[in-house]
Write a protein that binds this ligand. Structure first.
Ligand code: ADP
Ligand code: MG
Length: 391
C-alpha cells in the first residue's frame, strides 16, 4: 500500500476486520461500532466473545485461504486481536488489504528471541538471556551466569504458559525437554520490585500518543490487577518507560496499538520484558479511566483518523475476573454476586460472554474508578471480599 493510500481516511459505515474472536476483538468491535463502523471477525470457533457482538463472522482457520479472501473482500482494513496468526496469512493480508499492525512487526512480537534482539538493538535493556533451541545451545546455556532462571518457549506463550523455572544449570536439559525441545529463551529470574506496562498508538503518518503507564500485579503468571493514579509510578521512571516504548514503536515502523511490558528490579533498573502488537489486558482500564480507550485508538489507527493524546480523568484499578470465581470452595459451580459488586462505588463490570467458566480462564474484568487512589483501593478491597479473592 502506498503512503498516500495509507493516509486515506476510512469513514464510518465501512467494514473493519479483526483476526481473532476473543475478548480483545469483542472490545475492539464494540468501540468501532460505537462510531458507526461494522466489524467482521475471522475466528475458527462459533460463539466467540467477538462474534457474539458483531454482525459478520467468517468461521475459518487463520491460514485458510478462502477465509482470508473473504475477510479481505468484506473489510476495508484489518487488525488483529491475537498475535499468533500464522505469518504467511499476515503477509498475504498485508499485500491485499490495509493491515495494521504490519506483518513484519507482528512477526517480531510472535517470538521472544526476536523481541529481545530488537530491544537490544534499540538500546532498551532486557533480562540477561540465552537461546536454547538445540543441544549445543543447551550445553552453552548451562555454563552461563543466568541462574536461577526461567525457560520460556520462544513462541505461543501467554499467561505464564510455556514457562518453567530452572533453579540451576543442572535442571536445564530436563526443563527444555519438558517444553518439547522447541526454540526457547532462558532468562535470568530478576528480583522484581514491581511491573509496569506502556500502551501507545502510532499512526501510519508516524504520529504517536500514549497512555500513562500502569502498575501491574501478576499472580501465577497471569495479570491480577492494573492500577493508574497519581504517584502509582515515580514520574521520572514512567517517563523513561514511555520513552523506551516509543523508541520500540519507532524502531519497528509500527502502526497500531502496541503494549510494552517492563520489570522494575529491586535495584531500580527498568527492564523490557515483552510486547504485544495490540491492545493489552493491562490497558483495559482505559475504557473507564480515560477519555479515549486503547480500543478506540486501535480503530483510529486503522481508519487513518487523528490520534488524540489520551487524558486520564480518574484513578483506576482493574481486576481480572478469572473462571476460578465461578467455583465455590468445594468445586461446585456458582455465579458471583454481581448485584453486590455493582453496588460498589465506581464499579465498571465487563464480562466477555464466555459460557464455560474454567480455572485461569479470563471471563471478564472489573474496573474501579474514583477521584483518588484511596477510593479505588477501598472499592477493590470490598470487591475482593465479595468475590472471595485475596486482595
Ligand atoms: P506471558 O507471555 O505469559 O505474559 P511473561 O514473560 O510476561 O509471559 O511472564 C509472565 C510473568 O512472569 C511476568 O509478568 C512476571 O511476573 C514473571 N516473570 C517473567 N519473566 C521473569 C523474569 N525474568 N524474572 C522475574 N519474573 C519474571
Ligand atoms: Mg507478559
Amino acid at each position: 500500500m502506498s503512503e498516500a493510500a495509507a493516509r486515506d481516511f476510512i469513514a464510518p459505515g465501512a467494514v473493519l476486520g479483526v483476526l481473532g474472536g476473543g475478548q480483545l476483538g469483542r472490545m475492539f468491535a464494540q468501540s468501532a461500532q460505537a462510531a458507526g463502523y461494522e466489524v467482521v471477525v475471522l475466528e475458527p470457533q462459533a460463539g466467540s466473545p467477538a462474534a457474539l457482538v458483531t454482525t459478520r463472522h467468517v468461521a475459518s482457520a487463520y491460514d485458510d485461504t478462502d477465509g482470508l479472501h473473504e475477510v479481505a473482500r468484506q473489510a476495508r482494513a484489518v487488525t488483529i486481536e491475537f498475535e499468533n496468526v500464522p505469518a504467511a496469512a499476515l503477509r498475504w493480508l498485508d499485500a491485499h488489504v490495509r493491515l495494521a499492525p504490519h506483518a513484519p512487526a507482528v512477526a517480531v512480537c510472535q517470538d521472544r528471541a526476536q523481541e529481545k534482539a530488537l530491544f537490544t538493538r534499540l538500546g532498551v535493556a532486557c533480562a540477561p538471556h540465552a537461546l536454547v533451541g538445540n543441544d549445543e545451545q543447551c550445553r552453552a546455556a548451562q555454563s552461563q551466569d543466568l541462574y536461577p532462571a526461567i525457560l520460556k518457549t520462544a513462541r505461543m506463550g501467554y499467561d505464564g504458559k510455556g514457562q518453567i523455572g530452572v533453579r540451576t544449570a543442572g535442571e536445564l536439559g530436563a526443563a527444555w525437554r519438558q517444553l518439547g525441545g522447541v526454540d526457547c529463551v532462558l532468562e535470568r529470574r530478576l528480583d522484581l520490585d514491581f511491573e509496569l506496562s506502556v500502551v501507545l498508538a502510532r499512526g501510519a503518518d508516524g504520529a504517536m500518543v500514549h497512555f500513562p503507564p500502569q502498575r501491574n500485579v501478576h499472580r501465577d503468571g497471569i495479570l491480577f490487577s492494573s492500577t493508574v493514579g497519581d504517584g502509582v509510578i515515580d514520574h521520572a521512571l514512567a517517563e523513561r518507560a514511555v520513552r523506551a516504548a516509543r523508541g520500540v514503536a519507532e524502531g519497528l515502523g509500527y502502526v497500531g496499538v502496541l503494549c510494552v511490558e517492563f520489570f522494575v528490579t529491586r535495584d531500580g533498573a527498568l527492564v523490557a520484558n515483552e510486547m504485544a502488537p495490540r491492545p493489552h489486558n493491562s490497558g483495559h482500564h482505559t475504557i473507564d479511566s480515560c477519555d479515549v480507550s486503547q480500543f478506540e485508538l486501535q480503530w483510529r489507527c486503522l481508519v487513518g483518523a487523528p490520534l488524540p493524546q489520551p487524558r486520564r480523568h480518574s484513578a483506576a484499578l482493574m481486576l481480572n475476573l478469572l473462571g476460578d470465581l465461578w467455583f465455590d470452595s468445594h468445586g461446585a459451580e456458582r455465579e458471583p454476586d454481581w448485584a453486590a459488586v455493582l453496588a460498589l462505588p465506581g464499579a465498571h463490570l465487563h464480562l466477555y460472554g464466555k459460557h464455560q467458566p474454567r480455572r485461569a480462564r479470563k471471563m471478564g474484568h472489573l474496573t474501579f474508578t474514583a477521584p483518588t487512589l484511596d477510593e479505588v483501593r477501598q472499592a477493590q478491597r470490598r470487591a475482593c471480599e465479595l468475590l472471595g479473592l485475596a486482595p
